[in-house]
Design a binder for this molecule. Structure first.
Ligand code: PAF
Length: 278
């Protein structure tokens, strides 16, 4: 496994792969890898000749300085984990390498970015699109793998691919959960042991809401979920919204595209997100 710290090193690996007619799978990450990342990495490795995994805490997608500073980083452990699953290339550049010059890319995703995470995290999706677009260009990947927990991110990345006609397949992977139901996330590491015990409630509330959805309207489900979080002091609910699975616009009745409940909630100073399909 080759560890590239420089863009030029990555480009020469990619050049070699292309000369050998190898298909390339890309797994973009911000590191602090967990079982969820590994399940995506294993899938990418199986479906492509080679796997490139990027490990880069992208500063321009953080609109909160403290969140960026506290984001967990453990490159040595990431490298070890990727080696074990036979990853071919780890691309782990510094921020100075990626943003040697001030990034000037400006993207527009219309209504897709005006809901859910968009208003809560100004500039976030522009930052995500900037790095993802660059990674797609450098890696020349045939497929890129994203987890469904970041549901809106997948919609934005798909729209990026559509707008710029990037020849890459976006592979959506189901959420990987710990045995108690908590969606795996690098941020889970920051939870205190007490908060970690309470955290599975998020999935529990959402699962219950899906059961109730057979006899309840979407407004009733929304009230139910909001109420369940509000009555537990440890949680501070940022939003819960039921949206059209494709357009991501809030809906009040079932849509032919399907419906997804998206939640962002604070627990122990950590912002957690999760989804539920209805
Ligand atoms: O989902 C993430 O970890 C990040 O948003 C991504 C896609 C690696 C871009 O920095």
């Amino acid at each position: 496994m080759q560890v590239c710290r420089k863009i030029d090193e990555l480009l020469s690996c990619v050049e070699q792969f292309k000369q050998q007619n190898k298909t390339i799978g890309l797994l973009p990450t911000m590191g602090a890898l967990h079982e969820g990342h590994l399940s995506l990495a294993k899938r990418a490795k199986k479906e492509n000749d080679v796997l490139i995994c990027s490990v880069f805490v992208n500063p321009i997608q953080f609109n909160n300085k403290e969140d960026l500073e506290k984001y967990p980083r453990d490159l040595d452990s990431d490298i070890k984990m990727l080696e074990e699953i036979d990853c071919d290339v780890v691309f782990a550049p510094s921020a100075e390498e990626v943003y040697a010059e001030e990034p000037t890319e400006t993207y527009s995703f219309g209504a897709l970015e005006q809901v859910l995470e968009g208003p809560q995290r100004p500039g976030h999706f522009n930052g995500v699109a900037t790095i993802v677009h660059r990674l797609f260009k450098w890696s020349k990947a045939d497929r890129a793998y994203f987890g469904e927990k970041d549901y809106q991110q997948i919609a934005i990345v798909k729209d990026l691919v559509r707008q710029y006609q990037i020849p890459i397949e976006i592979v959506e992977c189901p959420i990987f959960r710990d045995p108690d139901g908590l969606a795996t996330s690098s941020r889970n590491r920051r939870l205190s042991p007490e908060a970690r015990k309470i955290a599975p409630k998020i999935h529990e509330i959402l699962t219950k809401s899906a059961e109730l959805s057979h006899n309840m309207s979407y407004s009733q489900i929304k009230s139910y979920v909001e109420c369940e979080f509000k009555m537990r002091k440890a949680f501070d609910l940022e939003y819960f919204e039921i949206v059209d699975a494709k357009t991501l616009q809030p809906i009040r009745r079932p849509s032919e595209n399907g419906a997804v409940g998206c939640v962002a909630v604070w627990l122990d100073g950590v912002r957690l997100i999760d989804i539920q399909k209805y």
